[in-house]
Design a protein around this ligand. Structure first.
Ligand SMILES: Cc1cc2nc3c(=O)[nH]c(=O)nc-3n(C[C@H](O)[C@H](O)[C@H](O)COP(=O)(O)O)c2cc1C
Length: 378
């Protein structure tokens, strides 16, 4: 693997179309999805030379814990659709390489199974469901199994309109239709493995969501909280004594509001372009959000990060830490042996970027090109 793009291409060849579409797709016309990449593409560095820096460190401390690199595994619902046991594979890699693994409420493996594998690198992403008793149960289980960092996702008051899933008729668990059967026939290796183990289920919602087959949009509705307000965030702050993060913000004033409520961190995110189609890219609003964050709030960003250099760009624009979603899904889809090389590649790309930019990680802002600068002007 030379580049993370190689993983996406290999996953495209390995997965049936409706599965690859579910992972790679965005909402609406996929504007936000494209813009995440374009916004990162537009960030430029003006490198410093002769710094004598030979072995830059990629280690960081967030929420009182040291990690080997400033990136983690974003929460992914229905991950087991790509490969049985994908969550535990990623958790093992996270533990071995010392990066956080964030388990989704909509995972296909339980909190208990994944927390036991990820140990102190385990974070839990919380979607309040429309079933209050289930919500209490999720939080209690996360706490009981040693989770110290809870991430509340707030950008899904209603599900985004993901046209690829609607066109493919995606259902949870997947249903065999003439169209999906035709797509499965083109991927016999994947189809045979899947046939042996059966369809994945939402393991943490057993008995609530898992009883009937629902359209994907209906499953997302169960996990959407249209009536959630800032009062609920304040309530959760009172209830959860560990580190509390709010994921899915983009507006600087919402960041300021989190800081005011004593939230420990925010994840600037447009859900990987899967919710509001014309949402800005997190990297665009990072400086304005940083300005509102005060000193105590940790800022995490995600969306379209596909290299160590992209990680550096987010840090330069004001992020303390970043998450990657789809690349980890592609690696897990291809097999556990693809995950460690991917993490190693990202770390080495980041080291390479730091050496070439001529500054350590905490000084990347110094080499950021300002707006409108061109090579000639500099
Ligand atoms: C297939 C898929 C499922 C996702 N499921 C969740 C989820 O359950 N909870 C959540 O907070 N975000 C979810 N996200 C969003 C990711 O956590 C993350 O914000 C996004 O993938 C980052 O963009 P990237 O994929 O371009 O790196 C999902 C994203 C994808 C691609």
């Amino acid at each position: 693997m030379i580049d993370l793009q190689d993983l996406e291409e290999a996953a495209r060849r390995h997965l049936p179309r409706f599965v690859f579409d579910f992972v790679s797709g965005g909402s609406g016309q996929e504007r936000a999805l494209r813009h995440n990449a374009a916004a990162l593409e537009a960030v430029r560095f003006i490198p410093r030379v002769l710094s004598g820096e030979t072995s830059p460190t990629t280690e960081v401390a967030v929420f009182g814990q040291r990690y080997a690199a400033p990136f983690g595994i974003a929460p992914i619902g229905m991950l087991g659709l790509v490969r049985d046991g994908a969550e535990t594979m990623l958790a093992r890699a996270a533990r071995a390489h010392d990066i956080p693994m964030i388990l989704s409420t909509a995972a296909t493996r339980t909190i208990e199974e994944v927390a036991a594998v990820a140990e102190e690198t385990f974070w839990f992403q919380y979607y309040p469901t429309q079933l209050p008793s289930l919500n209490d149960d999720l939080i209690d289980r996360a706490r009981a199994f040693g989770c110290r960092t809870l991430m509340l996702t707030v950008d899904t008051p209603v599900p985004g309109r993901r046209l690829r899933d609607l066109r493919n008729g995606l259902q949870i668990p997947p249903r065999l239709t003439p169209k999906t059967l035709a797509q499965l026939a083109l991927r016999p290796r994947w189809a045979l493995a899947r046939a042996r183990i059966g369809a994945p289920e939402l393991a943490n919602l057993r008995g609530a969501a898992g009883e009937d087959r629902r359209s994907f949009a209906d499953t997302m509705k169960l996990l959407s909280a249209p009536s959630m307000t800032w009062d609920d965030v304040a309530g959760l702050r009172d209830r959860w004594k560990g580190h509390l993060l709010v994921k899915g913000l983009l507006h600087p004033e919402d960041v300021a509001r989190c800081a005011g409520l004593g939230i420990d961190g925010v994840v600037l995110s447009n859900h990987g372009g899967r919710q509001l189609d014309s949402a800005v890219a997190p990297v665009d609003v990072l400086p304005a959000c940083r300005a509102q964050a005060g000193t105590d709030l940790t800022i995490i960003a995600d969306g379209g990060i596909r290299s160590g250099e992209d990680v550096a760009k987010c840090l330069a624009r004001g992020a303390d830490f970043v998450l990657l979603g789809r690349p980890f899904v592609y690696a897990a889809a291809l097999g556990e042996d693809r995950i460690a090389p991917m993490i190693a590649l990202l770390v080495s790309q980041l080291e390479n970027t730091l050496s070439l930019a001529g500054v350590p990680m905490d000084r990347l802002a110094e080499v950021l090109a300002g707006q409108g600068e061109t090579a000639q002007q500099v």
